[in-house]
Design a protein around this ligand. Structure first.
Ligand code: NAD
Length: 472
């Protein structure tokens, strides 16, 4: 059994999390679950470790994070296999993610001493300066779809800025977070600076969000959970950053290479078995190419290699759980009932594990629940449009605004539509959503604040203004 990672403390024996391997539908690890006493101990350990960590020079913190990054790189294969087995994601994707974790730590190691204050020529004269000050103990609550990647997007800037951390991974996927905690200790991150407490969200996550000694919550997960965290955080005016749900559009104009755009559009929904906050699950296609495009999406979906995550050829693994499979199947049934045309997929693959065939719905329309709601499974809805204005209106007709893609060879139209779309991140003639060096986050109910790039550092520090009178 893997233990919680809290400085100088063994778990209180609050229970056990049985970690399931979704490709087999069987348990493959056990992890100690944190109870309320463990959470308090983790926050206390983080509080005790704060003065020494925050007083290190930014350069010294950066040096430790460089070592952390190097150790992650050296263990990339181990982490990738753990993630592939625990989440069910293809090993090739998991390898990319493990290396992205190392890249992220390296980025914030280098950023630690490049995030600084200003001198301001105030009217009164004298000397006015700003300092970047750590927030204190920060609570990080992360989901199960990209466990180590999303944890590191928060841990990297939090530690670089001099905060100490209590990290709560999702109960379904605690393994890589715990391993990262071990590697951090090995790299020289002092005990108590990064504490990992797997445990149920409704108890441990909620207690972290309400804890009086926690100054900030960095959260990624469902919009409904984000609302609960925002309400809990309000009691102590905690800082919050939220990365929430999405129902992102992919707009395809008639002037593109249909086979290429359809292949990319399909991959941008079916990657990670559709369990991706950036999944472009509303494919909005100009009418003259609509029929041809739907056919190309069908070919791409049916050509997707679904299977064992550890097989190098696999492009899509199982969904994470029995629950997620049921949710997806419910939406597939609903789509048919709502009048959309199921072109392919949606059915279970016989045998063990939570495997589904990627599904494509044609003749989908706004107002249908499969179009309006986040499914978080491998289901694409293809919608037709006639005018540019209609495409923009359909794309923006959502409570969400996280990601989006836009395909056209008309430069002026690309620029016009890109500016009109209400999304925090957008790719034009590409399906790439995430760039470590650029800001990532959502408009509307997709979130609050930005991760990645130098922007993330603003969310893990306070600005302190100091005025010095210099008149004799
Ligand atoms: P979730 O909201 O159920 O859980 C996320 C985390 O919050 C888990 O660690 C969980 O244990 C914890 N939690 C649950 N209830 C809580 C509560 N009341 N108080 C505090 N913590 C609580 O989300 P999930 O099902 O793990 O992840 C899927 C969701 O995450 C999807 O909606 C997806 O779009 C979203 N997501 C968003 C992004 C993004 O960057 N915008 C990235 C990945 C996933």
């Amino acid at each position: 059994m893997r233990n919680l990672l809290i400085a100088d403390r063994r778990p209180s024996g609050s229970g056990v999390i049985r970690v399931i391997e979704p490709a087999k539908g069987e348990p493959f690890e056990e992890v100690a679950a944190a109870g309320a006493a463990d959470l308090d101990a983790a926050v206390a350990a983080a509080k005790a470790a704060l003065p020494a960590w925050s007083r290190l020079t930014a350069f010294a913190r950066g040096e430790i994070l460089f070592k952390f990054s190097d150790l992650v790189r050296a263990h990339a294969e181990e982490l990738a296999v753990l993630e592939a087995r625990n989440v069910g994601k293809p090993i090739g994707d998991a390898r990319w993610e493990a290396n992205h974790v190392a890249d992220t730590l390296r980025y914030y190691a280098g950023a630690a001493d490049k995030h600084f204050g200003e001198t301001i020529p105030v009217k009164k004269g004298g000397l006015d300066i700003t300092l970047r000050v750590p927030l204190g103990v920060v609570g990080l609550i992360v989901p199960w779809n990209f466990p180590m990647v999303i944890a590191t997007w928060k841990v990297g800037p939090a530690l670089a800025c001099g905060n100490t951390v209590v990290l709560k991974p999702a109960s379904l996927t605690p393994l890589t977070a715990l391993r990262l905690g071990e590697l951090a200790l090995e790299a020289g991150v002092p005990p108590g600076v990064l504490n990992v407490v797997p445990g149920p969200g409704a108890a441990i996550g909620a207690a972290l969000a309400a804890h009086p000694d926690v100054r900030k919550i960095g959260f990624t997960g469902e919009t409904a959970t984000g609302r609960a965290i925002m309400a809990a955080a309000a009691q102590t005016i905690k800082r919050i950053s939220l990365e929430l749900g999405g129902k992102s559009p992919c707009i395809v104009f008639g002037d593109v290479n249909v086979a290429q755009a359809a292949g990319e559009a399909a991959a941008s929904v079916f990657a990670n078995a559709g369990q991706d906050c950036c999944a472009r699950s509303r494919t909005i296609v100009e009418r003259p190419i609509y029929a041809k495009f739907v056919e190309a999406m069908r070919a791409a979906a049916q050509g997707t290699v679904v299977g064992n995550p550890l097989d190098e050829k696999t492009q899509m693994g199982p969904v994470i759980s029995v629950h997620q499979r049921e949710v997806t199947e419910t939406y597939v049934a609903l789509g048919k009932k709502e009048g959309a045309r199921l072109v392919c997929g949606g059915e279970r693959i016989p045998g063990p594990g939570y495997f589904l065939r990627p599904a494509v719905f044609a003749d989908a329309k706004p107002g249908m629940r499969i179009v309006d709601e986040e499914i978080f499974g491998p289901v694409a809805s293809v919608i037709a449009f006639d005018t540019e204005a209609e495409a923009i209106a359909i794309a923006n007709d959502s409570i969400y605004g996280l990601s989006g893609s836009l395909w056209t060879n008309d430069l002026k139209r690309g620029l016009r539509v890109a500016q009109a779309l209400e999304t925090g991140v957008l790719s034009v003639n590409s399906s790439s959503s995430v760039h470590l060096q650029g800001p990532f986050g959502g408009f509307k109910q997709s979130g609050l604040g930005r991760e990645l790039g130098m922007h993330a550092l603003d969310h893990y520090s306070e600005i302190k203004n100091i005025y010095f009178e210099t008149a004799p």
